[in-house]
Design a protein around this ligand. Structure first.
Ligand code: URA
Length: 233
């Protein structure tokens, strides 16, 4: 029985995410060569959607899918209770997180811990904290679209494995990436959104709140909404 190219890619678990990255290879290169090369480059990424925690962590640790691999000190996978009801999602590691390998450990992280405490939550206890990007963008620049595209399968798999009841998206970047929107935080606050079937509440990023103290009251409203939403789930 002869296998079609599609059959082969499916066998290699390269579908449905397989995409040609470059111009088609010249005709003289055999189909076998192309598939082998594709498998070597993409096999680890193609199977992300079936990975367990250990495999996913190892895959993120060695990820070379975008240019941030060259500038990071280490990847920042996420931290907390792997069966948490609450999933907190930020933007990307900063300098301190890149050094320590844990999300939200700088000044913004302290404020995040206080925000969690305000609704009787504690880092690591029924809470998991992750970022949209697992690597630090150099000079704290905004993440690029291509970086988000490459990193998104990791976050999706984390969500599938954790099965949180509720996600809190911290700040414009996390909210826009998760919700595939270019709306402002102001317009996204106060409503229930969804990411991969999980309810999402949007609030301000703690780093923003450190610079805009007046908006802390609004963040408090968002946390109250999150808490009452969780109670109703
Ligand atoms: N800001 C983020 O969005 N994530 C971190 O981990 C730290 C700061």
């Amino acid at each position: 029985m002869s296998m079609t190219r599609e059959d082969m890619l499916r066998e290699l678990e390269l579908l449905p995410v397989w995409k040609l990255r470059a111009e088609p290879m010249p005709a003289e290169k055999s189909e076998k060569t192309i598939n082998l090369q594709t498998a070597l480059v993409l096999a680890p990424r193609a199977s992300i959607e079936t990975m367990d925690w250990q495999a996913l962590q190892a895959c993120v640790k060695d990820c070379q899918a975008c240019g941030l691999a060259k500038t990071r000190t280490q990847t920042v996978f996420g931290v907390g209770d792997e069966n948490a009801d609450w999933l907190i999602i930020g933007e990307a590691p900063g300098a301190e997180e890149d050094k320590r390998g844990e999300p939200f450990v700088g000044r913004a992280g302290k404020l995040l811990d206080n925000m969690l405490a305000a609704i009787e939550l504690k880092r690591g206890e029924n809470v998991y904290i992750a970022n949209v990007l697992k690597c630090r963008p150099p000079e704290n620049r905004d993440p690029h679209g291509e970086e988000v595209i490459q990193c998104d399968p990791y976050l999706k798999r984390q969500v599938e494995l954790i099965k949180p009841k509720l996600i809190i998206a911290l700040g414009k970047f996390a909210a826009q990436s998760l919700l595939n929107s270019d709306a402002t935080v102001t317009s996204m606050r106060g409503k229930l959104h969804h990411y991969c079937g999980v309810p999402v509440i949007v609030t301000y990023h703690p780093a923003y709140l450190l610079r805009n103290l007046a908006d802390k009251a609004k963040a408090w409203d968002d946390l109250c909404l999150a808490k009452s939403t969780m109670q109703s789930l």
